[in-house]
Design a protein around this ligand. Structure first.
Ligand SMILES: CC(C)(COP(=O)(O)OP(=O)(O)OC[C@H]1O[C@@H](n2cnc3c(N)ncnc32)[C@H](O)[C@@H]1OP(=O)(O)O)[C@@H](O)C(=O)NCCC(=O)NCCS
Length: 280
């Protein structure tokens, strides 16, 4: 399989960390590689399995967990040399993903391209965010833009085939799903065709790259500045959540939310208002 157009791939030794990170991937053709993305971002790991590309934050740069403290000096030196080299590469290659250098990517942060990405920008992330989410592209379309000073908890997934635009100072709890398309057609015959396609091609390049999206509705999601989304909430296609609005835990949001409004439930309904002025 050739390199993707917007990224440069290169092999590195199979360190125990690399092996652990990619052990769960299904394809026997999985290769462990590193690749460089965008300007100024931290170095990322990439595992390739058929057409699936998985990008994980490099632990060494962005995830200083207490258990990492036990690494011996030789390993640390090795990783700092490798990461330094990668950081140089990051500035010189690729524009698929752009992450501001001040943003912290936590251990569970990942970006997955299930289909072969085109040579264009898919992900843009601003300054001083703290992110533990998964960003997923199931087709070669889609776009995810995240502003400055956003927080996203673990288990939160943003899945894009159209566009997901997130403003500044947005707080998104854990377990939230933001899905800008239906994923399947409402016609069962079309779904059966898709399941057959998965059955035939799972783990191969064709699985997602040649998936038939006929009848699958998709529409942009916009989450404006200062929004707070509670845990396990679901935000469906076409929704705009207005500035400063709050979405209650486990809500399913199917319609637009007015600014500075609190919604909750399934489907989410208005339960209150908040002020845009902080008390003195
Ligand atoms: C159920 C679903 C498929 C319906 O999609 P759709 O036919 O495009 O429906 P629409 O978006 O046009 O919504 C129709 C109405 O149902 C409501 N609605 C849609 N999904 C809803 C949901 N999950 N919960 C409650 N109400 C919902 C909409 O608000 C709308 O209400 P209205 O008639 O008052 O305007 C879709 O909303 C959904 O849940 N998609 C996610 C599917 C999924 O889980 N995919 C992931 C992996 S397989």
């Amino acid at each position: 399989m050739g390199s993707f157009p917007a990224v440069r791939l290169m092999h590195l030794p199979d360190t125990p960390d690399n092996v652990a990170n990619f052990a769960h991937l299904p394809s026997p053709t999985c290769r462990r590689v590193w690749f460089s993305i965008s300007a100024a971002g931290p170095s990322m790991r990439v595992g390739l399995t058929g057409s699936n590309t998985l990008v994980r934050a490099s632990r060494k740069l962005s995830d200083k967990r207490p258990e990492d403290q036990g690494l011996n000096a030789v390993r640390r030196l090795f990783h700092s040399l490798v990461n330094g080299f990668q950081r140089h590469r990051i500035r010189s290659h690729g524009d698929t993903v752009s992450i501001d250098a001040t943003t912290r990517l936590l251990r569970r942060f990942q970006i997955r391209f299930h289909a072969r990405p085109d040579a264009r920008r898919y992900v843009t992330i601003g300054k001083e965010c703290l992110l533990n989410a998964s960003l997923v592209f199931e087709a070669s379309t889609g776009s995810i833009v995240i502003g400055d000073r956003c927080y996203m908890g673990v288990g939160t997934s943003i899945i894009s085939r159209d566009a997901v635009l997130i403003g500044n100072d947005v707080t998104i709890a854990w377990g939230v799903t933001i899905y800008d398309h239906n994923s399947h057609s409402t016609d069962w015959k079309q779904r059966a065709k898709v399941v057959r396609h998965f059955y035939e091609f799972y783990g191969t390049e064709k699985c997602f790259s040649e998936l038939d999206w006929t009848g699958v509705k998709a529409a942009q999601i916009k989450i404006c500045n200062r929004v707070w989304i509670g845990f396990d909430a679901v935000i469906l296609k076409g929704v705009t959540i207005g500035e400063g609005a709050i979405v209650g835990a486990r809500s399913v949001v199917t319609k637009d939310v007015e600014p500075y409004t609190i919604v909750a439930g399934n489907p989410a309904a208005v339960i209150g208002k908040v002020s845009d002025v902080s008390p003195e």
